[in-house]
Design a protein around this ligand. Structure first.
Ligand code: TPP
Ligand code: MG
Length: 526
């Protein structure tokens, strides 16, 4: 057995089903080891696509997604998706090839310091410079990627080491390590704060969904009537059909530009990271923050929690549920009723009779077609803001938004990975800009027999950037685009292409697209 065989055996032992990657000659041994394994190797069209696929797989399943690239340009192309996983707290293991150890001290073909380059965008990385460390290093890469808070790790495999003989065996994945129970003193302080509160509010972040605390969160809300506002990445923590849901931090702000969070004096931030949404924008002034999470809060003047309960989020919430039941503690549900009405009115925007439509007006149509457990993956741009604010989400992990690194280009590869991971309809919503970055992965999707729908909001513009420029200066520059005929572009990949000409067609074509196979719906937007 050589090192490549062992590495692949280690991946099998971790339960890996897909490796997303793009080959290079320095990883020949590894490719043949993959060929002879239970794992499906998914060749992609750009390494960034592979990393986004692994990123979305990790976010949806909690099991690290694996992506593979060659040395030099392969590794540099992979970097953005790896950084995305790291800032979105999504477990991912990146593997890159490297030239043989005998030439790494020199300037040599395609050799760059990949280890150093990946260092700042991973929790941990190492070079597999000896056959004897491979089994431990792979186990460590998965263990570190998957435990709270999850993120990216990276292994570099030099070509000569890959071919060496080895006789160690994969180490066993012993399962998730439970986080500790909440500290009684912190919990007491939190109870006191709750007892004194008039209008508490819950801010549900990425970690509320990621740590599977949703059941306890919903029970806590049922018992107390405390309203929930989520971050973009916390969408679905509570169902938006629930009267206590105030959707996301920016929902309804078009009518009343201050978030509802500003009306509360006690903000219970659950699984929230400041990378998701800047507390500096909240105008919360004298409000008291409680940070309920698996790690202490980042230090930031605008987010300086009085109380931090650092423990398993679900267990903390369960303790609160039990205590609130005993105490019969519940809160006034009238103070946020207006905000909920305002948000729902905004969400109900109807599409115009003919294009151009607006993203917001398409979302209720989409919501009608998709079942609660169906999945929407958003790209990054002005369409993302509309989706974050106005797309009603009923279940966790059914509206995936990247809001840590917030990189354009995630939707098509993300849609592919989601389609492989879940048994539900998948829609990848994207702008024309982000779509063209990784549109080539449509070919990967058809080759993998995927069946998802690309919902392309076309404004022939880097819309979010021109919107912001216009808000600041009244004009825009450097954002206008021209595009291919997207319907014919889709058809050239052998998938169905649609471009609705009326509100009726928007409904019927979107339904046909979602119910049919792989498809693209271009929606002209303002
Ligand atoms: C990789 C990357 N490059 C640049 C940006 C900055 N950026 C954010 S949104 C945006 C425009 C997105 O345009 P498009 O995909 O057409 O979506 P729209 O805003 O028009 O809905 C840009 C350039 C980014 N977030 N990611
Ligand atoms: Mg655009």
């Amino acid at each position: 057995m050589n090192v490549s065989d062992l590495l692949v055996q280690c991946l099998e032992r971790e339960g890996v089903e897909h490796v997303f990657g793009l080959p290079g000659e320095e990883m020949e041994d590894l490719l043949f080891s993959l060929r002879d394994s239970e794992i499906t190797f998914v060749p992609v069209r750009h390494e960034q696509g592979a990393a986004f696929m692994a990123d979305v797989h990790g976010r949806l399943t909690g099991d690290a997604g694996v992506c593979l690239a060659t040395l030099g340009p392969g590794a540099t192309n992979l970097l953005t998706g790896v950084a995305d996983a790291q800032l979105d707290k999504s477990p991912l293991v990146a593997i890159t090839a490297q030239g043989g150890l005998e030439r790494l001290h020199q300037e040599s073909h395609q050799a760059i310091d990949i280890l150093r380059m990946f260092g700042p965008v991973t929790k941990w990385n190492t070079q597999l410079d000896s056959p004897d460390i491979v089994h431990e290093s792979v186990r460590k890469a998965f263990k570190m990627a998957e435990y709270e808070k999850p993120g990216a790790t990276h292994l570099e495999l030099p070509e000569d080491v890959a071919a060496e003989e080895v006789d160690t065996h994969p180490l066993q994945n012993r399962g998730r390590i439970p986080a500790p129970a909440p500290n009684p003193d912190s919990l007491e302080r939190l109870k006191t704060a709750l007892r004194d509160a008039q209008q508490p509010i819950i801010l549900a972040g990425n970690g509320a969904v990621r740590t599977h605390a949703v059941t306890q969160l919903r029970e806590f809300v049922d018992v107390t009537d405390i309203p929930v506002v989520s971050t973009y990445m916390g969408k679905g923590a509570i169902s938006d059909a629930d009267e206590r849901s105030l959707m996301t931090l920016d929902s309804g702000i078009r009518e009343k530009p201050k978030s509802v969070i500003a009306d509360s004096e006690l903000i219970l931030a659950i699984g929230y990271d400041i990378a998701e949404h800047d507390p500096g924008e909240w105008e919360t002034e004298d409000a008291q923050f409680v940070h309920i999470d698996s790690e202490p809060a980042e230090v930031y003047e605008a987010y300086d929690p009085d109380i931090e309960v650092i423990a398993d989020v679900g267990r903390t919430l369960q303790s609160l549920v039990d205590w609130c039941r005993e105490e019969r503690l519940s809160f006034d549900a009238t103070w946020y009723a207006d905000a909920r009405r305002r948000i729902l009115a905004d969400v109900a925007t109807e599409p115009a009779d003919a294009p151009p439509f607006t993203v917001r007006s398409v979302l209720p149509v989409l919501r009608e077609i998709l079942a609660p457990e169906d999945l929407l993956v958003s790209d990054v741009g002005s369409h993302k803001l509309a989706i974050a604010q106005n797309y009603r989400t009923y279940e966790p992990n059914t509206c995936l938004i990247s809001n840590g690194l917030a990189s354009m280009g995630i939707a098509v590869p993300g849609g592919l990975a989601a389609d492989l991971a879940v048994d539900a309809n998948v829609v990848a919503a994207t702008g024309d800009g982000g779509f063209m970055m990784n549109a080539a992965e449509i070919e990967t999707a058809t080759r993998m027999d995927c069946e998802f729908t690309i919902l392309l909001f076309n404004d022939n513009d880097y819309g979010l950037i021109s919107d912001k420029q216009k808000t600041h200066t009244g004009e825009s520059f450097g954002t206008e685009l021209s595009n291919p005929d997207f319907v014919r572009f889709a058809e050239s990949f052998g998938i169905k292409g649609y471009r609705p000409d009326s509100a009726d067609q928007l409904r019927t074509q979107l339904r046909s697209a979602i119910e049919g196979g792989m498809s693209l719906v271009e929606v002209p937007v303002e």
